[in-house]
Write a protein that binds this ligand. Structure first.
Ligand code: KG4
Ligand code: ZN
Length: 339
């Protein structure tokens, strides 16, 4: 079964071809980061227009690279939400139209379910049930993945998502948009002992997360050290990263204990963070728990995770109607097993 996956929920146009028997056959990604950088954030209308310009060429590229003709496709999966409405509509309209023309089924996928299922592309995929730490630009949550479409939220963010806190803190340090990877790179040169920021909500029970107070702590430190020299910027970045990684590691250990699950999947863009991967890897060794990280390029938004999620749902018999519908706001708990 060959499924084309299309991701256009935000500022990356992602396309991939996944084969249930042979794995990932090809993938292509166009990032709009430079287009939005001068505005300091994603401009929705520009995102939609860029998806329109790039999507069909990327689909052609993936078909050529995988030596597949459109007629050989067995289904098309696209991100139906959550995300920017215009950007989602470009992917949904293209996927639906293509599926109609080829007379194959199309299936709309929840973006966060796609992140959760990205490790299914691993040669040794984690078996369900497993625990997932979902950390992206819009979400920070602990999810018990009990089966396809059966997701129980064990903890959620009370304010900023982890990626959002990385991006906003990066902005305070003058690192531009999106700042997460740039902040992580700067932190490599920083002194981990100079700034000791709070580990939010670790002093009370529960699995909820909160990062906006930490972001404010960094802002106050930035103001107190004006003008910032290079070493101080790196030390602040390192102090922030240490606080986030420490907090997530403490909460992961707690979540593993509460859920009694023996596999932890780390999904979403912040899962690409090197120090978080190292720290959770050490936790896994200490607890004798399997920790699964998708390859860094499969942590951030991409078409492959949508293709694999679509293949699983299509193979289970899921079919959607012909209407082009998207869900800009879409709660993970609204999902159900394949129908
Ligand atoms: O999953 P993703 O690509 O998009 C969303 O669904 O939100 O996640 C993007 C987020 C951004 O906030 C970005 O700054 C963050 O992931 N990110 C990182 C790293 N790479 C991406 N944060 C920290 N360290 C990284 N290496
Ligand atoms: Zn994402």
């Amino acid at each position: 079964m060959r499924v084309l996956g299309i991701e256009t929920s935000c500022d990356e146009t992602g396309v991939a071809l996944y084969c249930r028997e042979r794995g990932l056959l090809a993938q292509a990604l166009h990032s709009q980061v430079e287009r939005h950088a001068e505005y300091g954030g994603v401009v929705p209308e520009l995102a939609s227009r860029d998806h329109i310009a790039k999507l069909l060429p990327l689909i052609e590229q993936v078909l050529v690279e995988s030596d597949t003709s459109a007629a050989e496709l067995d289904g098309i999966a696209y991100t139906m939400g959550p995300g920017l409405i215009g950007a989602l509509l470009v992917g949904a309209a293209t996927a639906r139209s293509l599926a109609y023309a080829l007379d194959v089924p199309a299936v709309g996928i929840h973006h966060m379910e796609a992140h959760l299922l990205a490790p299914q592309l691993d040669p040794n995929p984690p078996a369900m049930p497993f625990l997932a730490l979902l950390v992206s630009g819009g979400h920070s949550m602990f999810v018990a993945v009990e089966g396809l479409g059966r997701y129980r939220i064990l903890g959620d963010t009370l304010d900023d998502a982890v990626g959002e806190a990385f991006d906003k803190t990066a902005q305070q340090l003058g690192l531009g948009y999106p700042g997460g990877p740039a902040l992580a790179a700067l932190a490599e040169h920083g002194d981990p002992t100079r700034f000791r920021f709070a580990r939010p909500l670790t002093d009370r029970p529960g699995l909820d997360l909160s990062f906006s107070g930490l972001k404010t702590q960094v802002l106050l430190a930035v103001r107190a050290h004006q003008p910032l020299d290079e070493a101080t910027r790196a030390d602040l970045a390192r102090g922030f990263e240490e606080a986030v990684v420490d907090t997530l590691a403490i909460k992961c250990e707690r979540a593993l204990g509460v859920s009694r699950l023996d596999t932890l999947v780390v999904a979403g863009g912040v899962g690409a963070n090197r120090r978080l991967r190292q720290r959770l890897g050490e936790l896994g060794t200490r607890l004798g728990v399997r920790i699964v990280f998708p390859r860094p390029e499969l942590c951030t938004d991409n078409g492959a995770m949508v293709a694999v999620a679509g293949a699983l749902r299509l193979a289970a018999g899921e079919r959607h109607g012909l209407s082009i519908s998207v869900r800009p706001r879409f709660d993970l708990t609204e999902l159900s097993p394949p129908a």
